[in-house]
Design a binder for this molecule. Sequence first.
Ligand code: NAP
Length: 285
Amino acid sequence: MINKLCIVGVGLIGGSLAKALRAGGHVTEIVGYGRNLANLQTAADLGVIDYAEVSLGAAVRGADMVVLALPVGAMKDIFAELAQLSFDGVITDVGSTKVNVIAAARAALGNSFSRFVPGHPLAGTEQSGVQASQADLFRGRRVILTPEKETDSTALARVRAMWAATGAGVSEMSAEGHDRVLAASSHLPHLLAYALMDMIVRRDDHRAVFAAAAGGFRDVTRVAASDPVMWRDICLANRTELLAALTTYRDDLGALIEAIERGDGKWLEETFTRARRARETLNSK
Ligand code: NAP
């Protein structure tokens, strides 16, 4: 049970977490903090938070849990501000990259770093903002925690319990492993969707292309509607792993072009069959 929960960045993920914990009766009081009072007021009007605070100090005062749910590039400044406050509760985050967030927390928090539990819920949508938040967003989904050697076991257990209360399954892995795997499973597909949409919209006949867009095009490009700032930050934060994945993908596209150029039906069919089998395995999971 959380007594006072402070959500920094009450958008899709922060708002959904607040709603899930409230719906299950796992929290007594929820305060929101962010840079945009109008959005925080919307969150309060929607009943997602109980009230908003305009200073981080007031927001975290008496809180036993602080959740950072803003773009990963904006977390560094919040860690620095938190370090100036006499806050002794648990700190966690929901950021899509972990190595950079942990480095920022370690650099800013000093001894309080042990009370920081890095986390990432593998759930979301291409929508953003508190209006898109859902109480059941995490139900049946997976949350990855990436504790460091300094991470306090009680803080870790509290964050585990918080996510379990939302209906999510919680697992742990290293931050490096997380960023490597997520580069392939999430970050690369988002960039491909952005690149594809951008390529099409720059064609003179893009209106005709969109008019002819059926299920396949919509499936493949759905996540290109995601928030550009969030994805800018993820690209910059997970640069090394993302460049490795993108380079392999570019090489594979090169091989595909060459196979089409030489009319190599055998290569195409074998490649598509291998991919189709892999996709069927994914469906059965
Ligand atoms: P979102 O809906 O856009 O919400 C982000 C929130 O952070 C908004 O309330 C925004 O408020 C606030 N914010 C943005 N920049 C800020 C800044 N510089 N200082 C203070 N507040 C700021 O985004 P989201 O999808 O919830 O993503 C939040 C985090 O969750 C990100 O780190 C993302 O990587 C991670 N995540 C996202 C997904 C997903 O599918 N969306 C899934 C898992 C994890 P204002 O703009 O109103 O100020």
